[in-house]
Design a protein around this ligand. Structure first.
Ligand SMILES: Cc1cc2nc3c(=O)[nH]c(=O)nc-3n(C[C@H](O)[C@H](O)[C@H](O)COP(=O)(O)O)c2cc1C
Length: 436
């Protein structure tokens, strides 16, 4: 008998493989028990992808309350928005590494749950500058929110009002502070991009004061012209004409921002002047009775200087990875800032927060309150006000669940003993508030 050609054996193996793959992928016949390891893996991957496709596809979620977690709103937003608008929301800078790092860093922290603690009653409340909030979860300032829904920041304010959350309003919001305050039914915190014209900056501050804003949040981490490559790439596949809605040039941009309405902005050429130093912080302190919070501090050195300048609070933030790439994730910056501040002023944090467990971990590292940015816009783009409300409901529910599970009936009790992380053991300098 002549030997069969090698190709025949190969053909047989291939036929067998195809037959088994057919079995594996056939819902009626497939049974993982009878498969070899590789096939079982292929089955599992295909099966879970198919399941995810059916159950997790945006089409399967038809109302905001059906979303299981806040991440499900991301795909819904991607589907709802034109590519360039979704990219405006999603983008970081350069390779978007800081965006990913901010979120992924939470996976490096593990929770140490305690047992047999009475958690029947939970107290999730925190206090900030004399105001008590039901939860430590706050809404970060996001610019131009009418990009995501015609009601923009007003829809966010209605959701924040219903769910009783602190809202920060961007200087370049697409709704005015008066409209947003009315919709919130209470003052919001005004975020400040201070411009390079003091007369305009002072007018922005006075307007926030007149609207009853108790806190001015000076963003210190974002200079002009970030390298948002993701937006540029998305524009290549967005066939709409941007100039149909967006007036060209910086002055045109400002004309569409209600905060600047009625102001002479002819000398404003940028929202943040690169020549600013800590003297400008003093200037702001002298210009207003509002509390002054710096948003964008990521080191203990700057936390110490902020204290020296009488700053009232800090938001540990890197602008959601939209300013510099390959930064340390904010959750890893938090411990050294908390140590430097040593309880003297509140330290808030944002960046990559997507789960109640993330909030729990940030609280454990010493945050007074924990904010989120993009998920509010995902919810808004997907379902308007009810989408934002659903995001808030989910985050609060998840926080409450982990507080019960971990054995922490109050926010005050959540401390570093409830987590493990290399920062807590490997590098004590991170926990040392003194600048080198
Ligand atoms: C689309 C978008 C617009 C933003 N606009 C502002 C802004 O106007 N002022 C500001 O201080 N931060 C702004 N941020 C940063 C957020 O306030 C917040 O720091 C960040 O989104 C938190 O990260 P996260 O999106 O991963 O939750 C913006 C972020 C995004 C995604």
């Amino acid at each position: 008998m002549t030997a069969r050609p090698a190709s025949h054996a190969a053909n047989l193996t291939e036929s067998r493989r195809q037959f088994l793959r057919y079995l594996a992928l056939s819902p009626a016949l497939a049974c993982p028990l009878f498969m070899d390891g590789a096939l079982r893996k292929a089955y599992a991957a295909n099966h879970s992808a198919a399941l995810q496709e059916k159950s997790g596809s945006p089409a399967a979620i038809t109302s905001a309350d059906q979303a299981l977690d806040v991440m499900e709103f991301e795909d819904l937003a991607r589907n709802a928005l034109p590519p360039a608008h979704f990219a405006y929301l999603a983008t970081g800078v350069d390779d978007d590494a800081t965006v990913r790092l901010n979120h992924n860093a939470y996976q490096e922290i593990e929770i140490r749950s305690r047992r047999l603690i009475d958690v029947a009653k939970l107290d999730t409340s925190v206090e900030l500058f004399g105001t008590k909030w039901e939860t430590p979860i706050f809404l970060c300032p996001i610019s131009s929110m009418k990009v995501f829904d015609p009601d923009g920041e007003v829809a966010v304010a209605r959701a924040a009002a219903k769910k009783h959350h602190l809202q920060m309003l961007s200087t370049v919001a697409s709704c005015s502070i008066e409209e947003v305050t009315a919709a919130r039914g209470a003052p919001v915190w005004q975020q400040l991009y201070p411009t390079n014209d003091w007369a305009v900056t002072r007018a922005l501050i006075k307007r926030a004061e007149a609207a009853g804003s108790p806190v001015l949040v000076f963003t210190v981490d974002h200079q002009e012209n970030a390298n948002n490559e993701s937006i540029v790439r998305a524009r290549r596949v967005d066939d709409r004409e941007c100039s149909a809605c967006h007036e060209g040039g910086f002055q045109g941009y400002l004309r569409h921002k209600p905060a600047f309405a009625g102001l002479d902005v002819s000398k404003v050429t940028m929202l943040y002047d690169p020549s600013f130093t800590w003297d400008f912080v003093k200037r702001l302190k002298d210009a207003t009775q509002m509390k002054l919070v710096l948003k964008g501090i990521v080191t203990r050195e700057d936390a110490q200087i902020a204290l020296d300048h009488g700053v009232d609070g800090i938001v540990v933030s890197n602008h959601g990875g939209r300013a510099e790439d390959t930064l340390r994730p904010t959750i890893e910056c938090l411990p050294e800032v908390v140590a430097a501040v040593n309880g003297r002023i509140p330290v808030l944090v944002d960046g990559g927060v997507r789960r109640g467990t993330d909030i729990f971990k940030a609280l454990a590292f010493g945050a007074t309150a924990v904010g989120f940015g993009r998920p509010q816009a995902w919810g808004l783009a997907a379902f308007g006000e009810s989408g934002v409300a659903a995001v808030l409901t989910i985050l609060r529910r998840e926080l409450e669940k982990i507080m019960r599970q971990a054995g922490t009936p109050t926010v005050r009790q959540i401390d570093t003993s409830f987590i493990t992380h290399s920062i807590l053991t490997a590098d004590p300098k991170h926990l040392d508030g003194d600048p080198d």
